[in-house]
Write a protein that binds this ligand. Sequence first.
Ligand SMILES: [Zn+2]
Length: 334
Amino acid sequence: MAAAALPLFCGAVASRKTPLTQFSSSSVLFSSLSSGVAVRKRRSCRVSIGRFRAELAVFRNLDADDFRHPLDKQNTVLLRAIPGLNELGKALLGTVSEQIMLLENIGTSVLVSENQLAELHKLMVEAAAVLNIEPPDLYIRQSPVPNAYTLAVSGKKPFVVVHTSLVELLTRKELQAVLAHELGHLKCDHGVWLTFANLLTLGAYTIPGIGGFIAQNLEEQLFRWLRAAELTCDRAALLVAQNPKVVVSVLMKLAGGSPSLADQLNVDAFLDQARSYEKASSSPIGWYIRNAQTRQLSHPLPVLRAREIDEWSRSQEYHTLLQRATPMNSTVKA
Ligand SMILES: [Zn+2]
């Protein structure tokens, strides 16, 4: 089945009722306080970048299954087993809304290239090289909501959209991790299922023959899958950042960052917070609350994503992957 337009709502914990106005051309501005650290282009491939990795490594033969989260694998199998889902998908794909999203995006955003926001272009090209994937187009869009998402329309080159407020919130290295997360969705062919999830969110209840109960069940299944897919793509972010603190810092900033607080945020304290959340929610009442909190979310809670990526960074699987990597002759300052 053809892939279609898909807003991934990455980087934000989107509720299941994420409004279609996500794609409005609102031009409300955030404070333009910058927390970004300029990218420094160097000729040498060995550059000291403080506590972050000194050299980007490229995974030349990387396959999606090399880093796919086990819950993603498991939920993909479950999703494929749902009767009628493909038919529903066909009914939803190719809708006018996809074209509107596509056209509006191109018309209201800045297309990044070698001649336009070249630093950001380089971040994307590097991240794509690390993950062994063709770089999609990258658009920067004016929005006060820190967010990034990927759209893949059948027969067209996929593209990633990053909101301006996210650029302001993150360092360049963190921004590259976000781009890598988005590339992860493309690398893993998440497109079709994400389209289902998002289009269901935006209007499944109006599709003839799809009752509310079925739609709700499907929606829950899809969101369960999507939360698992997010964990996979956080791994893609780590493969590019090659430092778990970069990815955790992104999640921390999405949970409660602001440009003016950027230099005061503490990644280790956020990880401690994640551990205490796990502990608090392990009691029966805690489990109930946590389940209720996450069931309707398209993305796992930031603290849980942080915990998950911290654990994977210590795993044998990750270190074995790192051993397969080879150096790339360029680097980005953290
Ligand atoms: Zn995502």
